[in-house]
Design a protein around this ligand. Structure first.
Ligand SMILES: O=C(O)CCC(=O)C(=O)O
Ligand SMILES: [Fe+2]
Length: 314
């Protein structure tokens, strides 16, 4: 029985990789299809280099906490309550908000804004889902909405050695008990390795099994993760509205949520967010346009040597 809890360096070379060029030039419909059917999509170059640099600077000041399994994987929740205007502005990033509003057909509620650091020596995050089934309270009531997407903005280049993202496409639609959201896996025959440049984002359905590979590089790998749900699909319990906080002009506490809970707050993005955002300094704006080109890709099944194409064409 293989009881290793990290992916070996050699195994990374055999990983099924999605060529970065695949994500450039996808139409919006193809992006929706990827997110809905495969459970994830990569949107390249959403944040400009200047904005990424500002966010790195702001998040270098937040007090991260290590996870129980490694000193090298660290988190800080609720970035929006710190003095981090650039990082907070990303919650209302027009390109993402427009994309998600169309995807979900509703106004958005932001349910979390988290910073994560995978330092050199990080062993990787095993496959898991961010979905918390009804009744589970370990991650707080906000993760209990049955319809949640997370936008994982990468602040450093993801390369095979520097904790690339990993995902099991379509795992979010499985009805099998293997897809029990409490399961964890180190590897899976259908897993994909996803690399991308700093400033790009991976958007996931919270139910898809995903994680990251180890950081065998000598550099930091940082991420700003922002979760959203459509307004109508609330969590299982009331959420406290954060009325006594100071709010940036483009955000406001959610008005449709009342009552008290022990944890968390929700944030609505004002209808005017996009115009306000556009009048912000240049550094806040989108990065340069992405290259186009929609190349197919090949993947190698590491166990059999059998080559398949991805994405699937059926
Ligand atoms: O670091 C990543 O790419 C994924 C992180 C993740 O899965 C999480 O924080 O829940
Ligand atoms: Fe996750």
């Amino acid at each position: 029985m293989d009881t290793s809890f990290t992916n070996s360096r050699e195994s990374l070379e055999r990983a099924n990789r999605v060529p970065e060029s695949h994500w450039h030039g996808l139409t919006r419909a193809q992006k929706f299809r990827s997110l809905e059917l495969e459970g994830f999509v990569v949107i390249p170059d959403l944040l400009s280099e200047e904005l990424v640099e500002e966010i790195r600077e702001e998040t270098s000041r937040v007090p991260t906490t290590a996870v129980d399994y490694s000193e090298h994987q660290r988190y800080f929740s609720d970035v929006q309550w710190t003095d981090s205007p650039h990082a907070t502005s990303v919650i209302a990033l027009p390109a993402t908000v427009e994309f998600l509003e169309e995807l979900l057909g509703d106004e958005l509620i932001c349910t979390s804004c988290t910073y994560a650091e995978s330092r050199p020596g990080h062993p990787g995050i095993s496959f898991h889902t961010d979905a918390q089934p009804y009744g589970n309270k370990t991650s707080g009531v906000l993760t209990s909405s049955p319809c949640l997407v997370r936008v994982l903005y990468y602040l450093d280049d993801l390369t095979p050695e520097c904790s690339p993202f990993k995902v099991i496409p379509r795992s979010h639609v499985s009805l099998h008990s293997d897809a029990n959201p409490y399961n964890r896996y180190l590897r899976h025959d259908d897993e994909l390795m996803v690399t991308c440049r700093a400033g790009s984002a991976v958007i996931i359905n919270q139910k898809v099994f995903h994680g990251n590979f180890p950081n065998y590089s000598d550099r930091l790998r940082r991420m700003l993760a922002i979760a959203y749900r459509p307004t109508w699909r609330g969590p299982i319990d009331d959420v406290r509205s954060a009325t006594r906080r100071r709010w940036p002009v483009y955000l406001r506490p959610s008005e449709n949520i009342s009552g008290v809970s022990t944890r968390g707050t929700s944030i609505s993005i004002c209808r005017t967010a996009r115009t306000t955002w556009r009048s912000m300094p240049r550094a806040f704006r989108l990065g340069a346009g992405a290259d186009s080109g929609d190349e197919g890709m090949e993947r190698r099944d590491s166990s059999s040597g059998f080559r398949r194409t991805w994405p699937r064409t059926e």
